[in-house]
Design a protein around this ligand. Structure first.
Ligand SMILES: [Fe+2]
Ligand SMILES: [Fe+2]
Length: 299
């Protein structure tokens, strides 16, 4: 079920930018497609009328996923006094949202858990940042009364930096020139990435999302999370992920390098009607969650 991380790229000694772009694009093309079950569940996220039985039957078709869901449901975290033996029981006991979020996290975890050296993120750092952004996005959405978007933005938050797991190696090879652009010319880390590599991680992430046939809203949230004012059909969701990303960074969740150089887009703040009180609410909520990995039941 899990998407194994594709092989590390062959070492390139100081490659020319064009050669690097070619390499990066080829690498995106080499990513194995998401398992059918994962694609199906990700498109179900967009359906407000999702039925328990539909989700159960999709999960049950995948033995590996079924076993993981049962393991997570019976983990000490949920502290249930009886044993959950079927997927349906798990969904009914723990709730549709809970199970759906766990399934998606299980799909994305293997890609997000590895070390992202180009962003100075140790193993687990990107995963922590992604989970943090997902929980902040979900809370922002409900605090702002945009409940219909909460599930979508949770997944958007989880996957927004998926491009970092690909670009990390290339960013590492250009780390010094990128830092010079940030320190010397006042570019954001994302702008410096584009200048040095020809792409930023958001664009590469969106290409991965397209390759996985993810729903358009998810592609948009990944593609525009650093430029939320760009024209997009899913601007509200994009703005939520953008602001949630900033709050997760302010909380120091998987910060790495570049996290604090990100600028918060004033138009996104205005579009959503976010004020200090809303940010405070999200921060208090996050501190009540504590350990993010434990909160989603996947340790
Ligand atoms: Fe990002
Ligand atoms: Fe991020």
């Amino acid at each position: 079920m899990s998407v194994e991380l594709w092989a590390q790229p062959a070492m390139m000694s100081d490659p020319a930018p064009e050669q690097m772009m070619e390499h990066i694009l080829k690498r995106v093309g080499d990513i194995p497609p998401l398992p059918v079950v994962a694609t199906k569940i990700l498109s179900m996220v967009n359906d407000p009328d999702l039925e328990v039985d539909d989700l159960v039957s999709v999960i049950q078709k995948d033995q590996g996923l079924t076993a993981k869901i049962l393991r997570v449901s019976n983990s000490a975290f949920f502290g249930l006094c009886r044993t959950i033996t079927t997927v349906k029981e798990a969904v009914v006991t723990l709730g549709l949202n809970n199970i759906r979020n766990q399934v998606i996290a299980l799909c994305a975890r293997s890609m997000l858990e590895t070390r992202a050296e180009g962003y100075a993120l140790e193993a687990g750092g990107l995963w922590e940042h992604s989970l943090g952004t997902a929980f902040c996005a979900e809370r922002l959405s409900s605090t702002l009364g945009l409940k219909g978007t909460a599930d979508q933005v949770f997944v958007g938050g989880l996957l927004h930096d998926i491009g970092k797991s690909i670009l990390s190696y290339y960013v590492a090879t250009r780390f010094q020139p990128i830092l010079r652009l940030v320190d010397g010319e006042g570019l954001t880390f994302v702008e410096a990435e584009t200048q040095e590599l020809g792409f930023d991680h958001a664009e590469i992430g969106a290409r991965v999302a397209l390759r996985w046939n993810l729903p358009e809203a998810l592609v948009d949230m990944i593609a525009h999370h650093h430029g939320p004012s760009r024209e997009s059909k899913n601007r509200t969701q994009v703005c939520i992920v953008h602001v949630a990303d900033a709050i997760a960074s302010m909380l120091g969740l998987g910060l790495g390098v570049g996290g604090l150089e990100n600028r918060i887009d004033d138009e996104a703040i205005a579009h959503l009607g976010v004020d200090d009180q809303v940010v405070q609410d999200v921060m208090v909520h996050m501190s009540s969650i504590g350990d993010l990995r434990a909160h989603i039941g996947i340790n």
